[in-house]
Design a protein around this ligand. Structure first.
Ligand SMILES: *[C@@H]1O[C@H](CO)[C@@H](O)[C@H](O)[C@H]1NC(C)=O
Ligand SMILES: *[C@@H]1O[C@H](CO)[C@@H](O)[C@H](O)[C@H]1NC(C)=O
Ligand SMILES: *[C@@H]1O[C@H](CO)[C@@H](O)[C@H](O)[C@H]1NC(C)=O
Ligand SMILES: *[C@@H]1O[C@H](CO)[C@@H](O)[C@H](O)[C@H]1NC(C)=O
Ligand SMILES: *[C@@H]1O[C@H](CO)[C@@H](O)[C@H](O)[C@H]1NC(C)=O
Ligand SMILES: *[C@@H]1O[C@H](CO)[C@@H](O)[C@H](O)[C@H]1NC(C)=O
Ligand SMILES: *[C@@H]1O[C@H](CO)[C@@H](O)[C@H](O)[C@H]1NC(C)=O
Ligand SMILES: *[C@@H]1O[C@H](CO)[C@@H](O)[C@H](O)[C@H]1NC(C)=O
Length: 909
């Protein structure tokens, strides 16, 4: 049997370990929260907001300048906003990405109006307040601004905003203008007209219901609303639970309003109904307010009222929201001093961003690169976000509301899983930088499976069926491969992270992905954002099963959307489950693989499988065979830029009967060009099918220089690294630098595509370190071109390492001051020298003719990566092409590099 671990103790000890050292905050000044908050249209924007919250914070607080819904975040940077914009309140948002819906938000708006019972501006437009020029400041732990109150004799309000995970913290300083009749109020919008997005382009207005409760004696206002914009995407089998969804907030004020006034509003604009002194209300377009009084009755300068407000959110109940206001166990300090909240949130960010020590050579754009890099870390450490809440009276125990079964459960839970994006590099970065979160994030996925029947695809409070593939398989395989899981014993200083039951659930859930098609798989399309369908999972799996029997093995284009993308993604997922099957204890796998023979018979029919198969070999065979059923070897495209012979061999969609479909059919976020490179677990075969290293590299050059690349979407992310796997690493080095320059910069337009819960930034962070996880479950990184002369990352000690493990007791890269593994990446001159001349990893020389790979094993406990950089193309990694025979100037010696086209192994090292 496997040792049972005590999850909460593990994470507690790792948390106290990381909190013991106070990480320096200076790196936070390089973070620019505005990066990715602008764009000409939602597709070409990062979809990020300059929000204040700690890493993985439950609710992110932001100055609101537009309403939030699918395709619009609550903040959109524009020049006119910056010059002379208005702020319509401050919102605690849970919208995780620009194409996802908002849910369970909370908001707070200051105002000043005439008389002791003056107007309350409840509507979104009318409550907008112009910013005083030059006063707006964006930080990771504090946002501040000064707002003018129109038509109030020159009154103003200064706002300081900070936040912990579940609590927004505000300090409002109202300053009365020349006229004494004006008095301040604070308004809490509670329900609103919500915009629901139906594909393709229909925006529907709905009116969620809600409640408010005002407690004048304790200076509290609490409320609830039922808004969850993505409920329309919930799979049929869990849809009912979404009907019960409610978000709560509870605000506490440090200034009494019992005598100065409070009340409830319904409606907006001229039709606002205001009930003064009401202490509760319910309905649509609902709000509550508290009034305050300036101390002096005559309008004088410096007639000031300050009000501190803390506003907690909850998905569980009003009482829980109230508890969250003060719960110590989750760093919600209960302080009315906004600087304390700011300081705690900055410390939490320093614990992530401050782990990087970067030294540049000071060349012109190195500060810019550093800002993009550290902001990338800041973006990558926001999602998935925690939705668990502390259990009252129980030390350090958590509970969470599940929209999958409309119940409250014990444990940790996370939301904001954009897995089709994040399985590529974001998850690998989380494993390096936030290992203390991995067990909770994994358990959260297992709970989704137990409560809803499947692992998540794109969880935004509920499953939304967005994008394709069951890449949670990859997340689980990568986590277990990198140490979170089974196979370790207490004697050698390692602890098993997951219990036998959890490992069993993990296996059952991933095998279900690989073996059970969705409901009505032969008739439902499962198109993007299709409503009123069940869990999409691997739509088309029914036909994908049958490789040898009928010549099928692809997802039929005449049944399902995005058929080529699905075929390739399912093949990769099969590969990931195959990897996982070798890491989970054998008896768990063997006892929990129903229908194996049936599926194997279908797959191996007409083929002699008598030498036996098991689940690992079946999935490996399927993952290697099926993706090539959509490879059309004769399809071609002219070599417009590179010249000579046409580029041959492209992926192409196929109908159920085997016919080839149009070359433009069957893709999501890409086309046949980029998807023809989507064989990360079988690069060697891809190179062969494109005619060997030289013509493969030519096809990559045509892809880049012929204008086929679109880096704003994820399928292109690994492609620059493919050169290095075909013996032409110098092209990888150039392309990575070009991509970094043209798709990232230190401005609000600084992300060329949607951040997608950290994947855009994770690409940059890995690339800047000089390596990238092309195949995330291989345990191998492909070397690129580091951006900085010197970079040290102090990686947290993962929770499965105990103090007696050799990585702590006898490891020169273990730093006991910070309790971290230091990985030092030295690349003098890298800022201006993109090419690699030589490389050593912990003293291991990677010679010119060797494949440029670094294993996770080599760096997981820290280490030393020494690059020698150059400003000209070098032979290292094959240079311009390992197939080229290079002759020295003297003409008397020659070296031939030959990369084995089989050597990039996707099997576990
Ligand atoms: C932001 O607002 C501008 C001006 O209205 C608009 O052109 C742009 O598309 C918006 N950006 C996003 C990402 O919605
Ligand atoms: C700023 O915008 C307001 C409306 O929000 C307008 O009344 C004012 O004239 C503008 N000021 C400048 C300097 O553009
Ligand atoms: C709105 O919520 C209140 C309080 O829960 C309830 O009494 C009322 O019936 C609800 N209204 C609608 C339209 O559901
Ligand atoms: C609250 O207000 C009511 C009515 O104005 C008043 O009677 C009561 O004394 C106040 N209580 C406190 C604690 O201020
Ligand atoms: C939080 O901690 C403080 C000081 O340790 C203690 O006084 C207070 O009671 C705690 N609050 C809660 C809600 O546990
Ligand atoms: C599958 O077969 C291989 C080779 O015989 C063996 O090493 C492996 O343990 C088997 N795996 C399972 C899950 O049965
Ligand atoms: C490739 O696709 C074309 C149609 O686009 C088709 O005519 C041809 O037969 C396909 N090639 C192979 C090898 O099947
Ligand atoms: C440990 O890390 C701290 C903080 O980065 C650093 O100041 C110190 O020099 C490191 N210690 C060793 C032995 O490297």
């Amino acid at each position: 049997m496997y040792p049972i671990c005590i999850a909460s103790l593990l994470s507690l000890s790792s948390l106290t370990g990381t909190l013991a050292y106070e990480w320096p905050k200076y790196s936070l000044y390089s973070v620019n929260p505005l990066i990715g908050s602008a764009g000409p249209e939602p597709n070409l924007s990062g979809g990020m907001i300059p929000s204040v919250a700690p890493p993985f914070g439950s609710t992110r607080w932001v100055a609101q300048n537009q309403n939030s819904y699918v395709s619009a975040t609550p903040f959109n940077y524009t020049e006119s906003y910056m010059n002379n914009g208005t702020i319509h309140g401050f919102m605690g948002t849970r919208q995780p990405a620009i194409w996802m819906g908002e849910s369970a938000w909370a908001a707070i708006v200051p105002g000043i109006s005439s008389g002791s019972e003056g107007d309350i501006k409840a509507g979104f437009e009318e409550r907008g307040l112009p910013k005083a020029a030059g006063t707006e400041k964006f930080g990771v732990g504090l946002y501040s601004v000064e707002l003018a109150i129109p038509d109030s004799g020159g009154s103003t309000v200064h706002v300081s905003m900070s936040a912990s995970s579940r609590v927004g913290h505000f300090l409002f300083t109202f300053n009365q203008g020349s006229e004494s009749e004006y008095q301040p109020y604070i308004f809490l919008p509670t329900t609103r007209a919500a915009t629901i997005f139906h594909n393709p382009n229909i925006f529907d207005i709905t009116y969620p219901n809600g409640t408010v409760h005002i407690f004048p004696l304790t200076s509290e206002i609490c409320g609830s609303n039922t808004e969850m914009q993505d409920f329309i995407l919930a799979p049929n089998s869990i849809k009912d639970a979404a009907n019960h969804f409610t978000g709560w907030y509870c605000a506490i004020f440090d200034t009494s309003f019992n005598d100065t006034g409070y009340g409830v509003t319904v409606g907006s604009g001229d039709s606002t109904m205001r009930t003064e002194w009401a202490d509760s209300g319910s309905g649509e377009e609902l709000g509550a307010y508290a009034r305050f009084r300036f101390p002096s009755s005559s309008g004088t300068q410096n007639n000031i009222v300050t009000v501190n407000v803390r506003i907690a959110t909850s998905l569980i109940s009003m009482e829980q929201a109230r508890y969250n206001l003060n719960a110590n166990s989750t760093n919600e300090f209960g302080s009315f001093n906004v600087q304390e909240t700011q300081s705690a949130t900055e410390n939490a960010w320093a614990e992530k961003v401050g782990r990087f020590q970067v030294e540049t050579d000071g060349s012109s754009d190195s500060e810019e690169k550093l800002a993009v890099f550290l902001t990338g870390v800041f973006h990558a450490m926001q999602y998935p976000y925690e939705v668990h809440e502390p259990i009252p009276t129980s030390l350090n125990a958590q509970q969470y509301y599940s929209a999958y079964d409309n119940a409250v459960h014990e444990g940790e839970s996370y939301s904001g899983y954009s897995i089709w994006d994040t399985y590529r590099a974001e998850w690998g970065l989380l494993i390096l930088l936030a290992p203390e979160r991995i067990p909770g994030m994994v358990r959260s996925m297992l709970q989704d499976y137990e409560e809803g029947g499947w692992l998540p695809m794109w969880k935004n409070i509920i499953e939304t069926n967005i994008m394709v593939g069951t890449h949670a398989d990859s997340l689980l395989a990568e986590a277990v491969l990198k140490g979170f899981g089974a196979g370790s014993t207490e004697e050698n200083g390692l602890q098993t992270t997951f219990t036998t039951d959890e490992l069993t659930t993990m296996w059952k859930a991933t095998w279900k992905d690989a073996s059970v098609p969705p409901m009505d798989d032969l008739s439902v399309v499962y198109s993007d954002r299709e409503e009123d369908v069940d869990y999409e999972v691997r739509a088309g799996l029914s036909t994908f099963f049958e490789q040898y029997a009928t010549g099928q093995g692809w997802v039929a284009n005449d049944i399902h959307s995005e058929s080529v993308s699905r075929t390739l993604d399912y093949a990769y997922d099969d590969h990931a489950v195959a990897v996982l099957s070798t890491l989970i204890p054998l008896e768990i796998v063997q006892e929990n693989t129903p229908k194996l023979d049936e599926i194997a018979t279908e797959f191996y029919a007409n083929k002699n499988a008598s030498n036996g198969y098991n689940v690992t070999t079946l999935l490996n065979d399927r993952s290697m065979a099926n993706p090539w059923t959509v490879w059309n070897a004769t399809a071609s495209s002219p070599a417009v830029i590179t010249g000579g012979e046409d580029i041959k061999g492209f992926v192409q969609a196929r109908e159920q009967n085997g016919d080839w479909a149009a070359t433009t059919d069957g893709f999501t976020e890409g086309d046949r060009w980029v998807y023809s490179f989507a064989y990360v677990h079988d690069v060697a075969e891809l190179v062969t099918r494109r005619g060997g290293n030289e013509s493969f590299v030519k096809s990559l050059n045509e892809f880049y220089d012929g204008g086929w690349v679109d880096f704003t979407n994820e399928p292109a992310h690994h492609t620059p690294y493919l050169y290095a796997l075909a013996g032409a690493a110098s092209y990888t080095q150039e392309r990575v630098r070009e991509i970094a320059k043209s798709n990232y910069n230190n401005t609000p337009n600084g992300l060329s595509g949607n951040e997608d819960c950290g994947q855009m930034s994770a690409w940059y962070v890995f690339s800047a370190m000089g390596f990238y996880p092309v195949n995330p479950v291989s345990g191998v990184y492909v070397v690129g071109s580091p951006f900085f002369s010197s970079l040290t990352v102090s990686m947290p000690v993962p929770p499965f390492i105990t103090p007696s493990h050799s990585s702590i007791t006898s490891n020169p890269y273990y730093n006991s001051t910070t309790n971290s593994f230091d990985l030092r990446i030295s690349a003098p001159g890298a800022e201006t020298k993109p090419y690699v001349k030589s490389l050593k990893v912990n003293g291991r020389v990677i010679a010119d003719g060797e494949e440029p790979l670094i294993s996770h094993e080599e760096i997981r406990f820290g280490g030393l990566i020494e690059f020698e950089m150059s400003d000209q193309v070098e032979n290292w990694g094959g240079g311009r092409g390992a197939w080229v025979e290079t002759t020295s100037d003297a003409g008397n010696s020659s070296t031939t590099y030959s990369f084995s086209e089989q050597s990039y192994s996707s099997t576990v090292p």
